[in-house]
Design a protein around this ligand. Structure first.
Ligand code: G4P
Length: 525
């Protein structure tokens, strides 16, 4: 393994609730890396808010955004891979899966709104895997919540231990800048500052009179008491704790003003992990291993009938990926070769000859892949950590033209492989239930079944609260549960047993009645 190439890689995702500033931050990071010249290039690919009810428009934009699904750029002597995570709630599943392919994450929080619902969910996914997290509190140019209250909120709502590495002086109208605790310098806030005109002063000792002169007497006093509190309450930053997911450094800034972004990036490249190991059912795979291994974490289908190709996103875990080389597709038990694998350098796709651990390669696919599939050099491996979570909305799916049953079944199967939604088959009636995170996916499924598989369908409401994967150590207890609650049970796509609960109350009741059965909102617990 080429350790130089391996150690260059930093693969991460930016997560946030919509509107916190993820796209803006991504764009500023790309500008630093020289990956884009014009601000707005990423933004124009973003799924627009006003289009939320029009799924064709969203799909069209999603099509464009394939180019920005992975953004690779050089910075200093490193290669940074940003994996885009759709902020749109209806694509939350996509985001969950993308997070399995990152080695660390940056969480963006709006200073005025604090920790929002979507952020909580996404951070929970990161926490499950102890993904190292950096928090960026954005929009300091606006009035917002008190900086300490925000840290409390992050700790309680996101269940993260934090330590600020920068601290704001003022906020909104009175925002003067941030003091970088990490670099011991004060950076003056200038709206819309250019990356190369940063106005900063080294302040080794924040008690210095010179600092008072810069920020003024009252802010200076506030700052002194803030720093005292910080030192008393928050631990000193330690990289080991960050890498093991025990502590999250916090930065303050204003993405749209390109303020605090360079500090974030400079710290990120110093502390963020190089490509990490991954667990499989069989063993742990170290990135330094010579043989190629990796997994598919996302499949993008093109809805344009003229271009029916799909792109499977392959995260390399170990070894070197090479073009036109045979690799072993574990699930299909067959060799596959890729003649035009694409990289995502500088937001434009190009065919690549080689890629390294941490990199994501786009593989053109005609239906061979499903999410979670592994490619190796012959070893049989099943990657762990690509869980499914309980959907939020459920409907029965019915075929409208029974003569099209074959197409209908194949279509549903393929759409589920792509991860568009989840399907559960009821134990008592064999009826199929589709579960989604956002209702928009029902429109996508209906449209695609009709247009790609010529099998129109309709949906029928069903009153369900959650799908819980069930297990028990004692097979007898599980059997007893199954025989008593058969009408509420279904199988997921992998044949795992799932309890379909009508309400939180029913779930609680069943849990009380069957204390030996374990109920989980995730397929991997
Ligand atoms: P998202 O990807 O997380 O959904 O957020 P996005 O970057 O699109 O930002 C959401 C809105 O917040 C945008 O305004 C953006 O300009 C604004 N924004 C981002 N960073 C800052 C900041 O530091 N300060 C302030 N005041 N605003 C910020 P918009 O009006 O929705 O879009 P646009 O018309 O400005 O592009």
């Amino acid at each position: 393994m080429d350790l130089v190439e391996l150690n260059k890689r930093r693969t991460f995702g930016i997560v946030s609730h919509p509107d916190a500033g993820k796209t803006t931050l991504t764009e500023k990071l790309l500008l630093f890396g020289g990956a884009i010249q014009i601000a707005g290039a990423v933004k124009s690919n973003k799924i627009k808010k006003h289009a939320t009810s029009d799924f064709m428009e969203i799909e069209r934009q999603r099509g464009i955004s394939v180019a920005t699904s992975v953004m690779a750029f050089p910075y200093r002597d490193l290669q940074i891979n940003i994996l885009d995570t759709p902020g749109h709630k209806d694509f939350a599943e996509d985001t969950f899966r993308t997070l399995t392919a990152v080695d660390s994450a940056i969480v963006v929080i709006d200073v005025a709104k604090g920790v929002e619902e979507q952020t909580e969910k996404l951070v929970e996914v990161c926490r499950r895997r102890n993904t190292p997290i950096i928090v960026f509190i954005n929009k300091l140019d606006r009035e917002g919540k008190d900086a300490f209250d925000l840290l409390d909120e992050v700790e309680t709502k996101l269940k993260l231990k934090v330590t600020p590495l920068s601290w704001p002086v003022g906020m909104g109208q009175s925002f003067q800048g941030v003091y970088s605790i990490y670099e011991k310098k004060f950076i003056h806030f200038k709206p819309h500052s250019k990356q190369d005109t940063e106005d900063s002063v080294i302040i080794e000792n924040t008690k210095d009179e010179s600092f008072k002169k810069i920020i003024g007497e009252r802010p200076f006093e506030t700052f002194q008491s803030d720093i005292e509190t910080l030192q008393g309450v928050y631990p000193v930053f330690n990289r080991e704790d960050y890498l093991s997911g025990k502590i999250c450094p916090v930065f303050y800034g204003s993405a749209v003003n390109n303020f605090g972004v360079r500090e974030l990036l400079d710290c990120f490249v110093e502390i963020a992990p190089t490509p990490l190991f991954r667990e499989t059912e069989e063993r742990i795979i170290q990135p330094t291993e010579d043989k190629l291994t990796g997994f598919i974490f996302k499949i993008h289908a093109n809805m344009d009938p003229k271009h029916r190709d799909r792109i499977a996103f392959f995260r390399i875990v170990s070894g070197v990926f090479q073009r036109n080389t045979n690799y072993y597709h574990v699930r299909l038990n067959r060799q596959l070769k890729f003649s035009n694998p694409t990289s995502f350098m500088a937001a434009k796709k190009e065919v690549i000859d080689e890629a390294y651990p941490g990199d994501v390669v786009g593989l053109y696919d005609s239906g061979n892949f499903k999410i979670g599939d592994a490619l190796t050099e012959g070893e049989k491996l099943t990657f762990k950590g690509i869980p499914r979570f309980s959907p939020e909305i459920f409907r029965f799916v019915n075929i409208t033209d029974p003569s099209k049953f074959k197409q209908f079944a194949k279509g549903l199967d393929q759409l589920m492989d792509e991860g568009v939604a989840q399907m559960f088959t009821k134990e008592d009636s064999n009826r199929k239930i589709i579960g989604v995170v956002g209702a928009l996916q029902f429109d996508v499924i209906a449209y695609r079944l009709e247009h790609e598989y010529t099998a129109p369908c309709n949906f029928e409401p069903i009153n369900l609260f959650k799908a819980c994967w069930v297990k028990a150590d004692d097979p007898k207890k599980l059997e007893e549960f199954v025989s008593r609650r058969k009408r509420d049970l279904a199988r997921d796509k992998d044949g795992k047993l799932v309890f379909l609960s009508e309400s939180a109350w029913t779930l609680k009741l069943v849990q009380d009645n069957f204390p030996d059965v374990k109920f989980s909102f995730s397929s991997e617990d």
